[in-house]
Design a protein around this ligand. Structure first.
Ligand code: SF4
Length: 435
């Protein structure tokens, strides 16, 4: 097997950076590249029966790189035959330029904690892992040694050099083998110890690359606040956002067993939520409104089946213009805040920012699309936590015995009501009783 360039695995090597510096200008990334097409065409196992699945330009390559990851994680539609080119070492030069184009587009347009940034980083980790796996084992060891020296200056770095990886939990200290403060990542051990070291060597490479990618995204993001990004990067970021949103968009299914988003049904709220809406006294006020009610109302209105699907969605997947959030959900939360004693925002206006943050829009007065992703959209508190932190609002009724989260109560109650109206009382969907 031919020697694999580390550029193929490590976009942060000196060689990779020089390659990128010498590459053409951004205006040309949409142009078809015969060399790229030629490599893809001659990649072993590559499916060529559908032109739309073959990237002819760096722009299309960038989108395919993300698409590969989304499809791989989505399982059903994943057809690896269309993505063989990603694992052909001859593509290294195009690949590394694409990596930087993507990182700059995503870094400039999205917050480094946004879903788009996270997916980009995860996709990079996955690409690196899979590429390493596909290299023949002796060659793999050579590539890993070289990358460790490129990124850590040595194969036995001092453990403090891995501080960021440990801090971000990309790797655990207990996984590492240490000697006099140095992490042993070379090939000097024998037997079982070397096997353990080999496993760490393979794991640490994607972790190091993702760590660097994250830092790079932060830098680009800071820079973009001062200098307007190239319009082609803005367009690419928009395309990536659309592609990712499509993956997370839930098609409206019909049929009795799907819990759909619909107008809020006050009557189906559990006792804890009804009590919170009536108003809570100082002491419990902040937690009840910010932690309990905000999560409950937003998910109940927009994504009631969150515990069943377990997909990390954001509010705009269900409410793309934020019309429902701003005109239905927030007014209810603010009204409940007003019912508190004393009214919550009167002596704690900061809590408005915390409510926005719990909806996933960072610490801002009101939610807006450009800030989405700065924080996570928090799911409603579990009954267990409510009983500990907010016992004053938890007044369980008989339905509460069977559930562990107020949102599950809400879904069940709505089903019961629906069944009753239809003349039956059975057939409550099991999938939604888990939480
Ligand atoms: S048991 Fe759960 S759903 Fe019922 S009132 Fe208490 S916290 Fe709310």
């Amino acid at each position: 097997m031919a020697m694999v360039s580390t550029v193929f695995i490590n976009p942060f090597s000196q060689e990779a950076k020089e390659l990128v510096k010498a590459s053409g200008d951004l205006d040309r990334i949409m142009e078809e590249d015969a060399r790229l097409l030629n490599i893809i065409e001659y990649t072993r196992g590559q499916r060529l029966d559908d032109d739309s699945r073959i990237p002819g330009s760096l722009w299309e390559f960038a989108i395919k790189r993300i698409e590969w990851y989304l499809e791989k994680k989505g399982y059903q539609r994943y057809q690896p035959g269309y993505y063989r080119f990603l694992f052909n070492p001859q593509i290294a030069e195009f690949d590394v330029i694409t990596f930087y184009v993507l990182a700059q587009a995503i870094g400039a347009k999205f917050n480094p904690n946004s879903r788009e940034s996270r997916i980009f980083m995860e996709s990079e980790a996955e690409i690196v892992k899979e590429r390493l796996l596909r290299i023949e084992s002796r060659e793999r060891e050579r590539v890993i040694s070289k990358i460790l020296r490129e990124m850590l200056d040595s194969e036995t770095p001092h453990w403090t050099q891995l501080e960021k990886l440990l801090e971000n939990r990309r790797i655990k200290l207990t996984e590492l083998i240490l000697k006099d403060g140095e992490v042993i990542l070379d090939k000097s051990a024998t037997g079982r110890t070397q096997q353990v070291i080999n496993a760490i060597r393979e794991k640490i490479i994607p972790a190091l690359i993702v760590q660097e990618t994250q830092e790079y995204l932060y830098k680009v993001h800071e820079m973009a606040a001062k200098i307007e990004p190239h319009p082609i990067l803005t367009r690419l970021a928009e395309k990536i956002r659309e592609r990712i949103s499509r993956e997370f968009f839930i098609p409206k299914k019909t049929g009795a067993r799907t819990i759909k988003a619909s107008k809020l049904d006050f009557d189906a709220f559990p006792p804890c939520i009804k009590n919170t809406i009536k108003g809570v006294r100082a002491g419990n006020r902040n937690d009840a409104i910010v932690l309990l009610l905000t999560g409950f109302l937003s998910y109940a209105r927009l994504y009631p089946s969150v515990f069943k699907d377990r997909k990390p969605h954001k509010v705009s997947d269900f409410d793309p213009t934020l019309n429902i959030t701003l005109n239905e959900i927030l007014p209810m939360i603010y009204e409940a805040a007003d019912n508190c004693e004393p009214p919550l925002f009167q002596d704690d206006p900061q809590e408005k920012l915390n409510i926005t943050a719990k909806l996933g829009f960072g610490l801002h007065e009101t939610p807006s699309l450009e800030n989405e992703g700065e924080t996570k959209w928090y799911t409603p508190m579990s009954c267990e936590k409510i009983k500990i932190h907010l016992p004053v609002v938890c007044k369980p009724d008989s339905l509460c015995e069977k559930i562990q989260n107020p949102l599950t109560y809400y879904n069940r109650k709505r089903w019961q009501k629906k069944r009753k109206n239809e003349g039956g009382d059975k057939d409550i969907p099991r999938g939604n009783t888990r939480r």
